[in-house]
Design a protein. Structure first.
Length: 568
């Protein structure tokens, strides 16, 4: 039986297990939209194509499945660029389908023509231009395989209008992808597990650096088993949060620019770093010349290109993490490393990082209070999707994630506007999860149009706006490094509660700590979406802070710690 290219597209998606797609129609993708009605896939109409890509990304991060977005040619496709780059930087598997002008018009500056495969070449794992219906199935199926396998990432499939309209027979068996691993032989990655084991068993002050790859590999339990047997403390990257429970006694917390002081100091003092599924981002290392100079280093990453890229290591292993740990485990010696653990513990005592958490309610509302209260009130069980800025760092510090995939955040690209749409994707992927958006007043204003999507789809997503009246993270840099010249960072916004009401969403405004619990509880009880405008202290800063490019142990600390609460 002959099918149109448009039908083959949907049939391919169904075969890939796609049940939800985020998109926005237009001329060049109309044949596909018309055919969509015949297939069992839920289409979520977004308000901006950037939102569709973040939703697909949030869907992927919350579920581990491939997220899917669809848009028209030209402006529809270019609106997807930020979301694709965001997914690329954080290795999130999404497939974006775009319509393209008719194949005979390509290159003629036709209406809404744009070379989206050219534009997205550096920000996709791979992309395809499909000009014949015969190529739709093989290319779409391959796109999913590429997005999912190895190091995950975004793939774009651009399908011309005539390829959607024309018909052909499909040989589904022949359309199955056959990917082969190809890599440059000169790249590192063939490190011997015996060398790794020798370093691990003889280390006195080892430290595991736990990254996003732990969740992507599904190696959460394996990492804990390894750490427990060898009694090795663990530190997480921002994207590694949740991969190991925050409450695990060996989990020290987050490393890096806004990581815990004792974690960064432990990295500098360690004699062995075991980096698992993390890529030594510059926010993590600070000055590479002074980074962990006392430590030998083992790095396991599925992508050879990450090994010896930023940090030179002694043993570089290019492997899926679960496989690598399975190889190590029988040879890992049980060790008592209580001396090393105690040394790190004493540093917790003089840390100021958690100081404002238990400040008395003196009429001021601190973002840290709000996040910490949210954590307690949701019993730490929510999927929290954050935007980018100070609130993102406070969330990482004060919401303790015990569950894998329970923090979704844009790390590598740091994309403001990510949170609200990504949370929609997370809620569609996991309808039973309690989903909270933690977003700044700046970032919320970038994609707040997606509130309408929440209403149209009847989604119960709660939004906590951490409203400090500033582009806070930039203001903080201006305070520390530009002598408080606040160029273009003071920011006004609408009355967010009224704005929410105008969409038909419950809105509330909170300016005192005593009101936080009532507002959060009301939002949780309502069973529908809510927006809470938390009007917080305007000129608060995130501590500690390693200035960009500074030595990891040279952190700016809160000027005068008021209350010591490291035991919390
Ligand atoms: C305002 C701001 C401040 C920030 N501050 C900090 C900070 O203080 N601390 C911090 O940590 N981050 C911080 N970040 C985030 C930082 O920029 C990086 O995004 C983050 O450190 C990356 O974490 P990662 O390496 O674990 O994850 P990714 O960048 O996602 O890398 C994951 C790695 O795992 C590998 N991998 C994937 N699958 C597998 C598998 N199956 N097996 C093995 N390996 C696999 C991948 O190849 C990749 O190399 C900040 C971001 C922003 C926006
Ligand atoms: C799309 C985009 N533009 C600019 C930036 C640079 N930037 C990083 S944090 C930040 C301020 C964010 O302000 P807000 O959303 O209010 O959050 P806050 O830091 O105040 O918590 C800016 C402008 C960015 N990360 N993303
Ligand atoms: Mg702000």
């Amino acid at each position: 039986m002959k099918l149109t290219g448009a039908q083959i597209l949907w049939e391919s998606l169904v075969r890939e297990g796609v049940t939800d797609i985020f998109g926005y129609p237009g001329g060049a993708i109309l044949p596909a939209y018309d055919a969509m009605l015949g297939y069992p896939i839920r289409h979520i109409l977004v308000r901006h194509e950037q939102g569709a890509t973040h939703m697909a990304d949030g869907y992927a991060r919350a579920s581990g499945k491939v997220g899917c977005a669809i848009a028209t040619s030209g402006p529809g496709a270019t609106n997807m660029v930020t979301g694709i780059a965001t997914a690329m930087m954080d290795s999130s598997p999404i497939v974006c389908i775009t319509g393209q002008v008719g194949s005979k018009l390509i290159g003629s500056d036709a209406f809404q023509e744009c070379d989206i495969t050219g534009i997205t070449l550096p920000i996709t794992k791979h992309n395809y231009l499909v000009t014949r219906p015969e190529d739709v199935a093989p290319m779409v199926l391959e796109a999913f395989a590429v997005a999912r396998e190895g190091r995950p990432g975004p793939v774009l499939v651009d399908i011309t209008k005539d390829a959607q309209q024309a018909s052909c027979e499909v040989d589904w068996a022949a359309a199955e992808p056959h990917l082969t691993e190809a890599f440059d032989e000169a790249l590192p990655g063939d490190g011997d597990w015996r060398d790794a084991i020798a370093l691990i068993n003889s280390a006195e002050r080892p430290l595991i650096l736990a990254g996003h790859g732990i969740m992507q590999s599904g190696a959460e339990r394996d990492v804990i088993a390894f750490a427990e047997r060898a009694q090795i403390p663990m530190a997480t990257t921002l994207l590694g949060i949740g991969g190991i429970p925050a409450s695990h006694p060996l989990n020290l917390g987050m490393m890096g620019m806004h990581g815990e002081a004792w974690v960064n100091n432990a990295i500098q003092e360690a004699d062995l770093l075991i980096a698992l599924g993390m890529r030594f981002d510059d926010r993590v290392t600070g000055n590479l010349k002074t980074y962990a100079l006392n430590a030998r280093k083992i790095h396991v990453d599925i992508d050879r290109a990450e090994l010896n890229k930023n940090v030179r290591v002694d043993v570089a292993i290019a492997k899926d993490l679960r496989g690598a740990l399975a190889e190590w485990m029988p040879h890992v010696e049980k060790r008592d490393r209580s001396g090393w653990l105690r040394t790190i513990d004493t540093q917790k005592g003089d840390s100021a990082v958690r100081d404002i958490q238990s400040l008395p309610d003196d009429g001021h509302l601190y973002a840290a209070h709000v996040i910490n209260d949210l954590w307690r009130l949701t019993s730490g069980d929510a999927v929290v999707v954050t935007d980018v800025g100070q609130h993102q760092m406070w969330e990482a510090q004060y919401y303790k994630h015990d569950r894998s995939r329970s923090l979704i955040t844009s790390g590598g690209l740091g994309t403001m506007g990510f949170a609200l749409p990504a949370a929609i994707g997370a809620k569609v992927a996991r309808p039973d999860a309690e989903v909270w958006v933690v977003v700044g007043d700046g970032g919320f204003q970038m994609t707040m149009c997606e509130l309408a999507t929440i209403v149209q789809e009847g989604l119960d997503v709660n939004v906590a706006i951490i409203n400090n009246g500033y582009l806070g993270m930039v203001r903080q840099w201006q305070e520390f490094f530009y002598e408080k010249r606040y160029a273009a960072t003071p920011l006004i916004g609408p009355d967010f509660a009224k704005l929410a009401e105008s969409f038909g969403i419950n809105g509330a405004t909170v300016a005192r700590r005593g009101e936080v619990a009532d507002a959060v509880n009301a939002a949780r009880r309502s069973g529908r979406a809510a927006v809470i405008d938390f009007q917080v202290e305007q000129e608060d800063s995130v501590f500690p802070m390693v200035p960009a490019g500074a030595d990891l142990h040279k952190m700016i600390r809160r000027p005068s710690p008021i209350v010591e609460t490291a035991a919390d």
